[in-house]
Design a protein around this ligand. Structure first.
Ligand code: GLP
Length: 242
């Protein structure tokens, strides 16, 4: 696992965006695995700026997002589909038919999960997967558990995660309790992974992630056995690393 400690959030966002640009430079039709949450917002801003300055071309790129809330329509401002359009897809020269976010409104959810995994496979797998990290160590929406699931699946969110997500909704009853997420197998099959984390709240989980042990109660700890992972954090998020 490589580790980059950036000075601050701005530098972290630029370093993460540069990694993506590098992958697209080497392979113009790269397949990107993308994440939502507050952490990647700065990275997306940087990618939009690079695209505007013609430093990166997304016209042959395909994307697959990690996850989506269950039961929230794509047009809902808190859906991950909406987030991706708002933060990235609407501002770059990507062919939007090449962007994929799991459909949390699918009538047949089992089929949606199966088809999502098949589509990733049919595109030759993910070239670079971007990950944030939940305070409890979740990646995508793979929550701490005794067992972790390999493929895309429906999952119940933990109380911790529901509470963390509540800041985006008007009331507690509106916060989704279930989501559809790529599984640990989908993530681990990516050729390259970058995990980004910023701020005080992530310091504890970042130190656990690098503890040299694999624990399904810290799903991100599995990344330690992937051959090409770069963890990019700012100084505050790195402060508990021994
Ligand atoms: C959500 C997303 C994750 C993300 C996490 C952390 O749970 N499903 O993919 O990593 O939030 O979000 P933030 O970056 O806002 O801390």
């Amino acid at each position: 696992m490589k580790m980059i400690v950036a000075r601050d959030y701005e530098e972290l966002s630029k370093k993460a965006a540069d990694k993506i640009v590098q992958v697209i430079e080497n392979k113009p039709n790269a397949v990107l695995g993308l994440a939502t949450g507050s952490t990647p917002v700065g990275m997306y801003k940087q990618l939009v700026a690079y695209n505007k300055d013609k430093l990166v071309d997304f016209s042959y790129v395909t994307t697959f997002n990690l996850d989506e809330y269950l039961g929230i329509p794509a047009e809902h401002p808190q859906s991950y589909q909406y987030f991706m359009k708002d933060n990235l897809f609407n501002h770059i020269n990507i062919d939007q038919s090449k962007t994929h976010v799991p459909n949390g409104m699918a009538e047949d959810i089992e089929l949606e999960c199966k088809t999502y995994d098949e589509m990733i496979r049919a595109h030759g797998g993910i070239d670079i997967q971007v990950l944030g990290i939940g305070n409890n160590g979740h990646i995508g929406f793979n929550e701490p558990d005794d067992e972790l699931i390999v493929g895309t699946h429906v999952t119940s969110l933990t109380q911790d995660t529901i509470k963390a997500n509540a800041r985006f909704f008007d009331s507690m009853d509106e916060v989704p309790t279930k989501a559809i997420t790529m599984g640990l197998g989908d993530i681990m099959k990516a050729k390259e992974i970058i995990l980004i984390a910023s701020g005080e709240a992530k310091a504890d989980i970042i130190s656990k992630l690098l503890a040299g042990k694999i624990d399904t109660q810290v799903p991100a700890s599995l990344l330690q056995v992937h051959p090409n992972v770069t963890v990019i954090v700012d100084e505050v998020a790195a402060k508990l690393i021994k």
